[in-house]
Design a protein around this ligand. Sequence first.
Ligand code: SF4
Length: 233
Amino acid sequence: MTVPIELDDPSTARIVPISVNYFPHRKCNYGCGFCFHTAKTSHIEPLDNAKRGLRMLAEAGMKKLNISGGEPFLEAAFLGEIIKFSKVKLGLESTGVICNGSLVTEKWLDKYGQYLDILGVSCDSFDIETNFKIGRSQNGKGVHTKKVFQVANWCQDRGIMFKLNSVIGQYNWEEDMNYGIDEIAPFRWKVRHLKSVIHRIAKGSQTHPRCSKFSCSMAKTLDRRPSAMHERW
Ligand code: SF4
């Protein structure tokens, strides 16, 4: 959640948690070098507790819920039930999931896609070797790019808005991703420079020690690839 609140604390009672980010756990099947979601525990809150917390947030004014991780699809059943509960029982205006795409299945989308408004997938490159360098792969398999396109198609078929998140750093700052973006046609392409991510999370002191080596100069990036560094809605 963007603004921390104590629902029972009178001094923060006026804060309305309209948009909530929920991280059910921090496990992941990928190993991105810049990742700051280092899994220190495999704990995940029981489903009933999670629903109770979300109901409290809805009563406090929550309208939008975004779930990420870690990789949220490692707990696919939990994720689906939370999304369904948020839409059907809480009546939220918007439900979203941010994931790495690798564990999304058509079976899951057929069951829970009707309750999902936005699916975001992290993809920093359409090049297999670059994805290996960044760490966006599991067990040495270079299938990330293929899966991103596949998930985008599945979402299109089901009327789910598809979003792409890209982090720009040392290994991909020269790549022009426009050809792939044109094909995927996400409703939004969120591009972040790794250095700004590092600054943003540094205060929480969760920065992975390897993180900074993946960074590069933002000014250089913008000078060289202006067409690839934009957001589209
Ligand atoms: S896919 Fe996301 S959560 Fe997983 S290692 Fe990469 S940045 Fe971290």
